[in-house]
Design a protein around this ligand. Structure first.
Ligand code: FE2
Length: 666
């Protein structure tokens, strides 16, 4: 007889303990062990337990293990979370089998040895068979679902609870999420705000909606929201830094002339356009979209154009706003020199349009829905032993579940977004479809996006500064891993799992549209490296930049109204303090919006920061070292960002690596 020393690591997470009987079978190139009972009574969470599995002869090279679990008589099935299994063979060879999964059923689950293998590295028939079986199960477990015409496909599921265990929220995250949502709503109910459809008579009363939930920045925004510089600053460093672009020639439908705008220091608009000091925000995607009806009242959604000027002191300031796309007498161009309420209401309409464009385009489509496409394609098409599965799976954590929840509780028929925002309901899928027709690969890669928007040298653009550094650090890490596993372009070409993965993304994420620039197959190592960097960046950094400041900038509703209930002014000198207040959403709509952005800006206690790989899917030294180097570089960047922020009146923290979550999880 020969003995194998089997060490089982159980995850240190809530409810990971099992009272069920756990069995293991070792499978090697020269045979397999009996299915062997491991525990006597209980395997506790966080425990490390060693057992012996005896066999008549050596099993040769270990290829995989099989784990299953059964309840003891009179005890129920429970769920067990295993981290990994380490095995020392009689020949003193060590093997590690990453698991990092919940096992809650009575099925037999196979786990492969940790060395990453592409499909053509599988020389052992047992490995080939196990891989084939795994992939057919994965494609059944993770299927595509049609969501709406012209919109990326989603995971097929009948709600969050029907998703496979391995992609569901942890117990901690589930309870915290439900508790946070419930406490927000309870507070509103206690204050009588949930059913109160009155308009605000005094804007200061908005303070009472969530008095104890303010952040330093939401307080600051409340104090300064009317100021032009903060209005402009948000296009660079607020929650939506991806719309603004340099403007060398004015759009034909925005007829601002030199004599209309005041430019200090004796310059004029034409000059400043030539000098590259003029910037544009154009909400044309919202043009013609039907605004929602809320509580029986027609709402208003405009598609503004905003012109900004970079002054010699490097401050960006708004200089003109047109609220609708087609120039007309009843579509005046507003200027900072207008009566204060005319100018303020124009800015409020822009901020409200920005809410819709930010939430639907930058947030929902370009992070949540695309991260889901990347996750579903990964889970469907790669074996767990594939290097790209090991590289990218940490960046998919909780994405499918948060999106299922969003489809139910935010954008479903009774969702908050559907009920209480100008672009909810019918407009949402229309806007998504329009946005999809113009989405490009370049716009998802921050170096290309910054270049295409000609935003390389605008000062004080911290989203760009931090984002480009993050991209570069991430690219180096991804390149290291990919070059370790792919020594030539031929190997990329020959990896059928990889080619099916990108083909599925092209078809179901980008609807087979070649003009997106998304590759439908990979032919070279550099092509693969860039795409994988984009996937990782979108699922972590980009989402953090777009998501984390929602309460900072939306916690004070007048700065980001989710809807407006009076039509935009068609003439100047028609807006007063009273009409401005009547334009803003009523109390219950305000409260629902604030509760939602508060919930979505909260950090969960099992938040995993960027570059922290708690689950060790890789077991080889090279990728492990690359992960350590990646984390070390991110730590350095975090220090630099914090040092920079000390001297800023409004610190930009959303791309501090310590505050970026590894995946789209909220
Ligand atoms: Fe989000």
């Amino acid at each position: 007889m020969v003995d194998y020393e089997v060490t089982v690591y159980t995850g240190d997470r809530v409810q990971a303990t099992t009272l069920n009987s756990v069995h293991i079978k070792l499978v090697g190139t020269d045979g397999e062990s009996d299915r062997t009972w491991l525990n006597s009574m209980v395997i506790f969470r966080g425990s490390v337990s060693t057992y012996t599995v005896s066999c008549p002869n050596s099993l040769g090279q270990l290829v995989l293990i099989e784990l299953d679990k059964r309840p003891l008589i009179l005890l129920p099935d429970d769920a067990w979370f295993a981290d990994k299994v380490e095995i020392k063979s009689p020949e003193d060879d060590f093997y590690t089998f990453p698991v990092y999964c919940w096992i809650s059923d009575r099925e037999t689950h196979r786990y492969r040895e940790g060395k990453a293998l592409r499909i053509f590295d599988e020389s052992n028939p047992l490995g080939q068979y196990a891989r084939q079986q795994e992939l057919s199960q994965r494609s059944a477990d993770y299927d595509w679902d049609f969501y709406a015409p012209g919109v990326p496909y989603t995971i097929k599921a009948d709600g969050p609870s029907t998703l496979p265990d391995e992609v569901q929220f942890s117990f901690t995250k589930t309870t915290e999420f439900a508790f946070t949502a419930a406490t927000g709503l309870l507070e509103l109910k206690l204050k009588g705000l949930v059913d109160n459809q009155e308009n605000w008579k005094n804007l200061d009363d908005i303070n009472d909606v969530f008095r104890n939930k303010d952040t330093p920045l939401s307080d600051y925004v409340q104090e300064h929201w009317k100021e032009d510089w903060l209005f402009a600053y948000q296009f660079l460093n607020g929650v939506h830094p991806t719309l603004i672009q340099r403007c060398k020639t004015l759009p034909k439908n925005f007829p601002v002339t030199d004599d209309m705008v005041f430019i200090p220091d004796g310059s004029n608009l034409s000059n400043e356009l030539k000098q590259g000091n003029i910037y544009l925000c154009d909400y044309k995607n919202l043009d013609g979209m039907p605004a929602n009806t809320i509580q029986g009242m027609q709402q208003y959604l405009t598609a503004p154009l905003v012109l900004l000027h970079k002054r010699p002191d490097d401050k960006l300031m708004p200089i003109a706003i047109q609220l609708k796309q087609t120039p007309a007498e009843d579509n005046p161009i507003f200027f900072p020199t207008d009566f204060p309420y005319d100018w303020l209401i124009a800015k409020i309409f822009v901020r409200s349009a920005d809410f819709s464009e930010h939430q639907i385009n930058a947030h929902l489509l370009r992070t949540h829905l695309l991260a889901e496409v990347f996750a579903v394609s990964l889970l469907r098409n790669f074996s767990m032993v594939h290097p790209l599965y090991k590289l990218l799976i940490p960046h998919t954590q909780y994405t499918l579940q948060i999106n299922e929840l969003a489809r139910k509780q935010l954008i479903g028929p009774t969702g908050v977004f559907t009920q209480f925002t100008a672009s909810g309901g019918e407009a949402l899928t229309m806007i998504l479809e329009r946005l999809m027709s113009s989405i490009t690969y370049r716009s998802l890669c921050i170096p290309d996006d910054i270049a295409d928007r000609d935003m390389q040298d605008v000062p004080n653009f911290y989203y760009r500064d931090d984002g480009l550094q993050l991209w570069s650090i991430m690219f180096k890490f991804v390149q290291g891993v990919i070059q370790y596993y792919y020594k030539s372009d031929d190997e990329v070409h020959d990896d059928s799992e990889l080619q099916i993965w990108i083909g599925d993304i092209f078809e179901h994420g980008f609807l087979s549209e070649p003009q997106t620039g998304i590759p439908k197959c990979f032919t070279t190592v550099p092509e693969l490296t860039k795409f994988v960097t984009m996937v990782m960046f979108t699922s972590s950094c980009q989402h953090a930049a777009i998501n984390s400041g929602q309460y900072d900038y939306g916690g004070w509703m007048p700065n980001t109204p989710a809807t407006l209930q009076r039509a935009p002014p068609t003439k100047k000198d028609t807006t007063s303090a009273a009409t401005m207040r009547e334009t803003l959403p009523p109390k219950n709509v305000t409260a629902q919006g604030m509760a939602t952005v508060w919930l979505l800006s909260r950090q969960s206690s099992d938040f995993v920061p960027l570059g922290h790989y708690l689950d060790e899917y890789f077991t080889e030294e090279t990728p492990l070292k690359l992960q350590r180097d990646f984390k070390a570089e991110l730590d350095m960047l975090s220090i630099a960002i914090n040092n920079r922020n000390i001297n800023l009146e409004v610190p930009y923290t959303y791309l501090d690596p310590k505050k970026i979550e590894n995946s789209v999880a909220i």
